[in-house]
Design a protein around this ligand. Sequence first.
Ligand SMILES: Cc1cc2nc3c(=O)[nH]c(=O)nc-3n(C[C@H](O)[C@H](O)[C@H](O)COP(=O)(O)OP(=O)(O)OC[C@H]3O[C@@H](n4cnc5c(N)ncnc54)[C@H](O)[C@@H]3O)c2cc1C
Length: 375
Amino acid sequence: MLSYWEKKHFVDYDLIVIGGGIVGLSTSIQYKTKFPLSKVLVLERGIFPSGASSRNAGFACFGSLTEILDDLNTLSESEVLQLVEKRYRGLLAIREFFGDDRLGYLPTCGLELLTENEIGALKFLDKINHLLAPVFPEGVFEQIEDISAFGFSDKVKAVIKNKFEGELDSGKFLMSLWEKSQELNIKILTGSQVSKIEIEEKKVHVRNPTGKDEIAFFANKIAVCTNAFTNLLIPGLDIQPGRGLVMVTKPISKEIPFSGTFHYDKGYVYFRKVEDRILLGGGRNMDFEGEKTLSMEVNPKIREYLLHILNNIILPDCDIEIDLEWTGIMAFGKNKKPIVEMVENNIGLAVRLGGMGVAIGWQTAEELVNMLSEV
Ligand SMILES: Cc1cc2nc3c(=O)[nH]c(=O)nc-3n(C[C@H](O)[C@H](O)[C@H](O)COP(=O)(O)OP(=O)(O)OC[C@H]3O[C@@H](n4cnc5c(N)ncnc54)[C@H](O)[C@@H]3O)c2cc1C
């Protein structure tokens, strides 16, 4: 039951965006910038964005050597080049729009650890540099000659550097998106879970925490940016949830002998220094099936695997305690491309960002805004 004032002012919009993660906020900002007089509403189910965007590792990356070699098993060379270019251009785009300071961006380089298992990748280094030369003529990957200063265990046989990668503060990125939304007068309602979309009626139903009736919002256009959760609203899409675990240690008393964003095991494991702590995450490949879930639990098998890597490979001979741990939910499919399409005349979606939404979220939103602009 709505009041006269609520009905008159609160429920009608030109565009409703469902999902307030990187893609949803980027969509609303770019749409409102293009159509400054439009009324734009973002509906987010969580108090904070509650999928992947506030729970990721903040790697501003586009693929390590072994990850790219792995991709070549399922994608053609030109598809791999396109994927890398898209991620790299996406990173440049957010850096240009928001500025490095507001993103907490640091150009610290990407680095990949090779153990006995991955050392064979070295012989493909020149080939991959050649493949990526249209985007990076001076070469992306180079082997670091002396790796002793990193202090890794002697299981690490080589380290590969990528000078075009960096890291950012995922919280600052979202804050920048919120601030820009506020500046543009975009309305964001959090704690607003959409339970149903009525496409014909251009109507979106939201659970009402203070009353028994749902609240219906109306919009000429609707953008669905709910990533891994999309099949709950629009069933039948090729979207598989993939949970990711991240841990942050307590401050480490000894000087951490490295900086940068580190990849290990085809990019499935990643770590970086955050102030005087280590952030470490991944390991989904230890239990692919178990991690195909929307539930934010911690998988003990993966936790144990990550701790093993931390204590035996990254910082051997060091007493380390974990301070925080959390999970986030990504979305995967048969290929690594996001789904960006109109499902009906007035409703579009931009979902399935995989493990690279930091890099391609803004651009993916731009594609959706272009589609929405044409209807
Ligand atoms: C552990 C982890 C580490 C990662 N590390 C990196 C990294 O280092 N670099 C990188 O590039 N990428 C990384 N990613 C991937 C990146 O975070 C995602 O690709 C990106 O955040 C996806 O953004 P999104 O807006 O599409 O989805 P999400 O952030 O999941 O946003 C979808 C939003 O929709 C909301 N929602 C869902 N259903 C409803 C509903 N019915 N009503 C209202 N709201 C709803 C959710 O609460 C959520 O906030 C990582 C992801 C995880 C989980």
